[in-house]
Write a protein that binds this ligand. Structure first.
Ligand code: SAH
Ligand code: SF4
Length: 344
């Protein structure tokens, strides 16, 4: 089997080229094409001889992602259906506003987990995305940001399909290239990774000195309730998740974002708000209240407006920093939790 060329670091690539009898500077040029110039094929590498391009194609595979379907929401949100080299599909979203262009990228085809409220969770996990495939989503979404919002990407959130911390190495490699001068040179603080709460992964990020932001899909403030909607909580209970988040905060100084979908009569009482408040006291944090987006076959409903307002007011009175997140791109199934390759 051919090796995926984007698996090699700059040094490893130089060693490969040496084996092929090619000078070192060629490897450097290729590395630049792969990342900084975001090439999608060997043929685009126009400062290399045709002969060398053919030789590379024989030796290496180049798994690039291509745009398949583009949908635009009435609110300006753009959803991209993208095709992988093995014909599998993933989705990514570009969310425009006055100050920002935010890309929401996928980390897996399907998801390893199956939270009861999430459309992606109903898909079977087919495979992890390669770092290069995550990177390509960013490059493609950046083009749409420029066209549709007049500015390139300012923020990237790993909130598309899949659980990023269960594809740890590839996600971290993608972030390294997105943030390095060898790649897109974006600041780590512009990146947010959202996790369902993988304790081991959270600690590892902190230990490896990564400085991006972390969001926890909390959605229920006690083990008892969380176990009912998020299976992962059985093996990664809240107490351990909170300890890991605290460890992350101590190492990075980055506040944690708690994402909390308000479900009608499930987690929207003032008692739930109190439990949530207690969690926020354990680590410096923000709370994002997320509107539940309907998913076919799910019998949870979004909370009533008056309950939501009372919930938010309770938290604000306790000086918790709370934002209510407007849902974007619902008409094209591009909103949180709706990504499911329906057009595939
Ligand atoms: N697997 C990671 C990353 C995906 S992020 C995680 O779960 O954090 C997708 C975000 O959308 C998560 O916060 C998820 O909990 C949320 N979400 C899932 N289904 C949703 C729905 N039906 N309505 C609103 N948000 C949803
Ligand atoms: Fe996977 Fe996140 Fe959806 Fe849960 S919420 S099924 S972890 S994508």
């Amino acid at each position: 089997m051919k090796n995926n060329i984007r698996k090699f670091s700059a040094d490893e690539l130089a060693a490969e080229f040496e084996k092929m009898g090619e000078p070192k500077f060629r490897a450097k040029q290729v590395h630049e094409w792969l990342w900084k110039k975001s090439a999608h094929s060997f043929d685009e590498m126009t400062n290399l001889s045709k002969e060398l391009r053919v030789k590379m194609a024989e030796q290496f595979s180049f798994y690039s992602v291509t745009e398949n379907i583009v949908q635009k929401s009435t609110d300006g949100t753009v959803k991209l259906g993208m095709k992988l080299h093995d014909d599998r599909l993933v989705e990514g979203v570009m969310i425009p506003d006055d100050e920002r262009s935010t890309a929401c990228v996928s980390s897996q085809v399907g998801c390893t987990l199956s939270c009861t409220f999430c459309a992606t969770g109903f898909l079977k996990r087919e495979r992890n995305l390669e770092a290069g495939e995550i990177y390509d989503q960013v490059v493609l979404l950046n083009k749409h940001a420029l066209v549709h919002n007049g500015k390139g990407l300012t923020n990237i959130v790993y909130m598309g399909m899949g659980e990023p911390l269960l594809n740890y190495d590839n996600v971290m490699q993608s972030i390294k290239y997105i943030t390095s001068p060898e790649g897109l040179n974006m600041a780590q603080k512009r990146i947010t990774v959202s996790t369902s709460g993988i304790v081991r992964g959270i600690k590892r990020i902190a230990d490896e000195g990564m400085k991006f932001n972390l969001a926890l899909s909390l959605h229920a403030p006690t083990d008892e309730k969380r176990n009912k909607i998020m299976d992962i909580n059985q093996s990664n209970p809240l107490n351990e998740v909170m300890e890991a988040l605290n460890y992350f905060y101590e190492k990075t100084g980055n506040k944690i974002t708690f994402e909390y979908i308000l479900f009608d009569k499930f987690n929207d009482s003032l008692e739930d708000a109190e439990h949530l408040y207690k969690l926020t006291e354990r680590v410096p944090s923000f709370v994002n209240i997320i509107e539940f987006n309907n998913v076919t076959g799910v019998d949870l409903r979004k909370a009533k407006r008056e309950n939501r307002d009372a919930f938010v007011e309770y938290l604000r009175n306790k000086n918790v920093s709370v934002a209510i997140r407007r849902s974007r791109g619902k008409d094209i199934d591009a909103a949180c939790g709706q990504l499911a390759n329906k057009n595939g």
